[in-house]
Design a protein around this ligand. Sequence first.
Ligand SMILES: C[S@@+](CC[C@H](N)C(=O)[O-])C[C@H]1O[C@@H](n2cnc3c(N)ncnc32)[C@H](O)[C@@H]1O
Length: 255
Amino acid sequence: MSSALDYERIAHLYDSYLQFTDDLPFFRQQCQSGAVLELMCGTGRISIPLLEAGVNLTCTDASPAMLAIFQDKLMARGLSAPIVQADVTDLDWQLVFDLVLLPFQSFHELCTEVEQRKALAGIAQALKPNGHFICTLHNPKVRLQAIGKAVSHYGPFPRVDGIGFVSLSVDLNYDPATETVRGWQTVYELDAVEHPIAEHRLAVQFRLITLEDFQTLLESSGFLIEEVFGNYDYSLFAPETSPYMIISARKIKTF
Ligand SMILES: C[S@@+](CC[C@H](N)C(=O)[O-])C[C@H]1O[C@@H](n2cnc3c(N)ncnc32)[C@H](O)[C@@H]1O
């Protein structure tokens, strides 16, 4: 499996430091009907609100540890959903879904064009004719402004299991030749008085992509871009300032 970060090592801490919710109303609104597949779903940050809203959702991710936490959260809430452990570059559904979601800029974790093309081919195959694919990406211009300057620190965040805190430090650098960001993310486990008791230093790698290059990849995989938003409030994508490229594409060809 290819992965930008070893999620197996930090799955038990992920929900404590990743509490982003700005995208939830957007995804709820996009999933009004039909069968939906969510890729790289992790611990179900988006999946659970969608399931609570009654979405007919299938979820998949490559990390057993992330999926185990997701499954525990479903049980605790009396929810259920098909959860499939799979690499996004090796999907195996045929014409099943009306909508495929790839949220939280996770497409960037596919660091080679070969992986990106394999993922898009599997997504196209999984969609019914005219089905939609929504993929959120970083706007490279804006994302790069925060890379290669200084180490960023986040937290401390209270742990969701109630036993202390979690904080993060992230140190990234950009290689323009490969359009790849590489570096380190250190996740610290802190006790109740915020003293470090454990640390997990993980290599990070992700590849940025321009809208033009993503469009070329999509078109050669049988998709047509219908809309590009710059944020979850549906504002149109502005190349100089938008934080994201939120792409809605329709499957127009079957190979
Ligand atoms: C940043 S997390 C996002 C999780 C979730 N979508 C969220 O918004 O919180 C990226 C997820 O992608 C998964 N992942 C990374 N590489 C993958 C691959 N090649 N195939 C499937 N899942 C992968 C990781 O296991 C992780 O759960």
